[in-house]
Write a protein that binds this ligand. Structure first.
Ligand code: ATR
Length: 290
């Protein structure tokens, strides 16, 4: 086998993807040679592309919107987490068998991103705003940290129930709470509020005014806010602008965008493909300007 490891990311659109630059930095620092390209792949060509990429010697692919669910039709095996969330962001060719294996690093990327933002020890209530694919990709890993409860709020209420039904309490021993996932109405009516430990934005909202509907949510005591979206170095995401005005102004809030999660989910993919844990100490400036 030649030394160069053939990798890539598929999506549509794909020109905004930071993944090629992130993986280039990982490889430089790990002193290995990779080729990591961004491929714009239409849905109609998805299966053909995935199969050809691996048949032609590809080692791994990241998968982004809109293919995270449909890519599963083109793979041979899934990780447990992919089975649970019904979506993948990392495909690899298994050595020996050449089978295509699907995994998801988003949820663990979030947990590492939260740690990086010093949002640790998630024992009390978590609020996730949004009920699309981004929300689904993180719920299992959050459940696995045993918060008291995970609450879902979404602009379109009907979309919450199908998400909740995917995530029954994990079957653990008595040492941990079996974290339930509930909708915001159930939480308000049936749980005693302890204040949210962390509020996570999993919507694709793009405008500052998009978070106005969240004003009715009981987040007055929340002190940690984490956005799965990230912004350019000199910009701020709408969620972060909104979060700054929430709650008690005399209490110090911990507010972070999803840049850390972006780097960590990429690092976990890199490790799946190469066996190397890359150096994740990457700044926004380095990535956007370099
Ligand atoms: P993804 O896979 O990125 O999560 P998605 O499945 O389209 O994308 O889901 C997007 C999420 O962002 C949804 O929860 C969506 O809310 P609706 O179900 O009400 O559409 C939410 N979202 C998108 N634009 C929004 C906006 N302007 N305000 C509030 N929520 C928004």
């Amino acid at each position: 086998m030649s030394g160069i490891i053939k990798l890539g990311v598929i999506g549509d659109p794909i020109n905004h993807s930071l993944s090629p630059n992130i993986h280039k930095l990982f490889a430089e620092r790990a002193k290995i040679e990779i080729e990591y390209l961004a491929y714009r792949v239409a849905s109609s060509n998805l299966e053909n592309f995935i199969k050809s990429f691996f048949k032609d010697g590809g080692t791994g692919l990241n998968v982004t919107l809109p293919h995270k669910v449909d890519c599963l039709n083109s793979v041979d095996e899934f990780s447990l987490i992919v089975k649970k969330i019904g979506a993948a962001n990392t495909l690899r060719r298994e050595k020996g068998t050449n089978k295509i294996f699907a995994d998801s690093t988003d949820g663990m990327g979030l947990i590492k991103g939260l740690h990086g933002a010093k949002i640790n020890e998630i024992k009390s209530d978590i609020l996730i705003i949004g009920a699309g694919g981004a929300a689904q990709s993180i719920i299992h890993n959050l459940q696995d940290r045993h918060p008291r409860v995970i609450v879902i709020a979404n602009r379109t209420k009907e979309k919450i129930k199908p998400v909740i039904s995917r995530f029954p309490p994990l079957d653990y021993d008595d040492l941990y709470p079996n974290t339930q996932v509930v909708d915001i109405e159930t939480y308000i009516n049936q749980w005693n509020h302890q204040g949210f430990h962390t509020v996570i934005n999993a919507t694709s909202a793009r405008k500052d005014s998009d978070f106005k509907w969240c004003e009715s949510l009981p987040i007055e005591d929340a002190t940690n806010f984490y956005d799965l979206s990230y912004s350019m170095p000199d910009e701020t995401t709408p969620f972060i602008k909104w979060a700054r005005h929430q709650g008690n102004s005399s209490v110090r809030k911990n507010i972070s965008d999803g840049f850390g999660m972006l780097i960590h989910q990429a690092a976990l993919s890199f490790e799946i493909w190469t066996g190397i844990k890359p150096d994740t100490n990457i700044s926004k400036g380095e990535l956007f300007n370099g």
